[in-house]
Design a protein around this ligand. Structure first.
Ligand code: ZN
Length: 52
């Protein structure tokens, strides 16, 4: 489960749609320079495109 905060609604890193309104949400956590970064996606399809 992923709990979204009241902060700025995340946008899909691939298509730019608001993830908050997506029925299936995906979050990928990566670490860059010691900082955790959460990448949000509106669907598996966008996640796969982004990873490609
Ligand atoms: Zn998307």
């Amino acid at each position: 489960m992923v709990e979204l905060t009241d902060e700025d609604p995340p946008e899909c890193q691939q298509c730019g749609d608001s993830v908050a309104s997506a029925s299936e949400q995906r979050v990928v956590s990566t670490v860059e320079d010691g900082t955790a970064i959460h990448q949000y996606f509106c669907s598996d399809a966008c996640l796969e495109l982004w990873e490609a």
